[in-house]
Ligand binder design. Structure first.
Ligand code: SAM
Length: 243
């Protein structure tokens, strides 16, 4: 459970609200059982002292290793249709994604209604939080509001390396993307941005603009993956290669 309130000097903490309700009513946990409380990116194994409307817990000596990826991977995806972004938010979180940046790609059919952005962002953040808890992560991925193409380009300097998944690269002979990543990673790269197109893919103009700004084009194998599958493939492959 992600809890903001700090532990007191006795290393105890009172959990209230939705988290307390989840512990008592959904999980039906009892005094003496253990839960994991995450605060500022650190996971504490705690013993439950009492369960009611509030749940009081105390830290144990036990520690758990960080479940976070050694590389921070942000996923930028051209706004997809329907609930695909929610799917990427949930599954990407399970697979260790650090952040999700939707952007208005040339071939994005969906346009986000400005009045609905607040509600959509809330929903995406809730999905990420629940998925992070379920996966015992110590970090809830940051979900960015949708960016314009230009705003996405302006983000490049925030990263050690930027990659763009380009299906044109997948035609014919190509270097495995993990090998391209390893080259960068060897140079102490700690945060990367990975860009994906929407259902209709990225236009050549977009790919060229990304490359001009320094993005490295990569192939994700010989098969064309769906817009929602491609980021999950990348996260799985990074986890396999580096964890
Ligand atoms: N039409 C399908 C759909 O409805 O989802 C396929 C979409 S695919 C064109 C979407 C994006 O996934 C591409 O723009 C690219 O970023 C990425 N992608 C999918 N397969 C790929 C591959 N084999 N190599 C590189 N990028 C790939």
């Amino acid at each position: 459970y992600f809890v903001d309130d700090p532990f007191n000097e006795q290393k105890q903490l009172t959990i209230v609200g939705e988290a307390a309700r989840h512990i008592s009513k959904v999980m039906r946990m009892q005094k003496g059982e253990h839960i994991i409380v995450v605060q500022d990116g650190i996971a504490y194994v705690c013993t439950i002292l009492s369960v009611g409307q509030e749940v009081i817990v105390e830290q144990t000596e036990e520690t758990i290793p960080s479940p976070e990826m050694p590389i921070q991977v942000d996923i930028a995806c051209g706004l997809p249709k329907g609930d695909k972004l929610e799917f990427i938010a949930q599954k990407g979180t399970e697979l260790g994604m650090h952040g999700l940046i939707p952007f208005a790609a040339e071939r994005s059919i969906v346009k986000w209604d400005h009045q609905k952005i607040g509600r959509k962002m809330e929903r995406l953040s809730k999905i990420a939080q629940e998925a992070a808890e379920q996966s015992h992560r110590t970090f809830v991925p940051i979900i960015s509001p949708p960016l314009s193409f230009q705003q996405l380009l302006e983000k490049f300097p925030d990263y050690d390396a930027v990659f763009v998944a380009d299906e044109e690269e997948a035609k014919g002979e190509h270097t495995r993307f993990a090998d391209k990543l390893k080259k960068v990673y060897d140079k102490e790269s700690k945060s990367i941005l990975f860009i994906f197109g929407p259902e209709g893919g990225l236009s050549r103009k977009e790919v060229e603009a990304f490359k001009e700004k320094g993005a490295i084009p990569v192939a994700l194998g010989p098969r064309i993956l769906r817009a929602e599958t491609a980021p999950l493939y990348v996260l799985s492959a990074i986890s396999y290669e580096f964890e």
